[in-house]
Design a protein around this ligand. Sequence first.
Ligand SMILES: Cc1ncc(COP(=O)(O)O)c(C=O)c1O
Length: 368
Amino acid sequence: MRPFKLERYFAAIEFKAEYVLCASDCEGLTMAELLDMASSGSRSLWRGLKLGYTESPGHAGLRSEIAGLYERVSPEGIVVAAPEEAIFVAMHSLLEPGDHVIALTPTYQSLTEIARSKGCRVSAWRLEPGPRGWRLDFDRLKRLANRRTRMVVINFPNNPTGAVLSPAELEAVVDFARERGLILFSDEMYRLLEWDPAARRPAVCDLYEKGISLSGLSKAFALPGLRIGWLAAQDTALAGRWLAMKDYTTICSSAPSEILAIIALQNLERILRRNRGILRRNLTLAERFFGARRRLFDWIAPRAGSVAFPRWRGSGSVDRLCRGVLDRKGVMLIPGRMFDVRDGHFRIGLGRKNFGKAMARFGEYLSA
Ligand SMILES: Cc1ncc(COP(=O)(O)O)c(C=O)c1O
């Protein structure tokens, strides 16, 4: 497998930078904040928890909370795993060498790299910036398909652009997959982070009998340290295949994390309200910041999620910009090449409480 560019970049800088202005998660909840939300039932689950191995598919109570997020998925159609692990497990259990995969680009690298490393051919279906936001070419999707195509991979709300499909576009992707009998793997890690409810789309696992939704607590729930995510599908036979692979990754998830995840899901609306509030405030700051510097940046507003992908139009490369802001102001940005995008884009994260201070430092760098 080729190195995971984005994760290596984070590993080198994240814990040294004063301001991480490019994080994709929302401001992490503290242990005390989460435990304060616990009902008396989940509090006693927490206190009485034995730190033994747990059920491989995930705690039954957790899977039933997760199934409650969907219309057509039962707890038997769910396997709990760390989100990154879930991508690994799904790709390894569903794909064979020689298969062809069509994957939305740009996106999180493992959504393409794991299939590629397994000997699959991966074709990029590219999101392009346009005057009214990020656009996809549906004729191109049709042209990319061939008789070996087995899977289509999408990721909306998208990391890094914040793009969302329209209802008609989502229907078109589902129809495309259904007509050809393809698996539709939908990374929905940023779903539920729609500050405008009109941007919320149904989960692919509810829309399509061969659809798989990946979700988890890392982004929308502000709990990446729990390492809890899941795969969800209507077809319960898939869970058996995922579990056969999970035996070679973690076998089962962390016992304390599962109980904390139950508490989070039982308090979903409260946690989402907090996170969407942070995002809304930061989005207003971002719009003001980039709006006042139109000669230096193209600002393509995200529709949902916790990241955006503006474009640098000033002098020098975007890599030089990112390096300069880090070296002189201690502010971390991510250049687009970490997503294989090389035309000046960079990622910012909208989920942190110190966003305003970090943007002020960024502004100082630009005016120096
Ligand atoms: C689109 C997407 N999918 C999956 C993941 C993996 O999530 P985790 O880091 O919690 O394993 C990320 C993390 O950034 C992501 O952005």
